[in-house]
Ligand binder design. Structure first.
Ligand code: AMP
Ligand code: ZN
Length: 115
């Protein structure tokens, strides 16, 4: 996708603070961190969201990379939250599949009962 910012990061066409990279995934720092550690992991190949023809091998590798990133960021012992916002109700703003890894402090509790 030519106008997708995360595709551009995956192709090194746009700067990002890269935490980890291999042939199929890349992890980089979120530019608007919500916690001291806030890293995004994406597949290099564009997928709109987790329901967009993501094959199981890619999905497995994407999520296996979570623990790699957690170790690199030093939160593997203290814990972290992973979030995959999906679609409008999920408040996804960048429409290239990404996993948020959030840690380095306790998560604020924001979720409440549904109306
Ligand atoms: P989401 O609401 O799940 O779609 O989150 C998108 C995330 O991408 C937000 O946390 C943004 O701060 C982050 N973001 C947007 N543009 C960039 C960028 N160029 N580099 C790093 N993170 C970005
Ligand atoms: Zn993309």
């Amino acid at each position: 996708m030519s106008d997708c910012i995360f595709c551009k990061i995956a192709k090194h066409e746009v700067d990002a603070k890269i935490v980890y990279e291999d042939d199929t995934v890349i992890a980089f720092e979120d530019t608007n961190p919500q916690l001291p550690v806030h890293t995004l992991i994406i597949p290099k190949e564009h997928r709109d969201h987790i329901g967009d023809a993501v094959d199981e091998v890619l999905l497995g590798h994407l999520f296996a990379t979570v623990s790699t990133v957690a170790k690199l960021k030093g939160v593997d012992k203290t814990g972290y939250r992973i979030v995959v916002n999906t679609g409008e109700d999920g408040r996804q703003t960048v429409h290239h599949l990404h996993v948020h890894v959030l840690g380095g402090a306790q998560m604020p509790i924001r979720m409440g009962p549904a109306d």
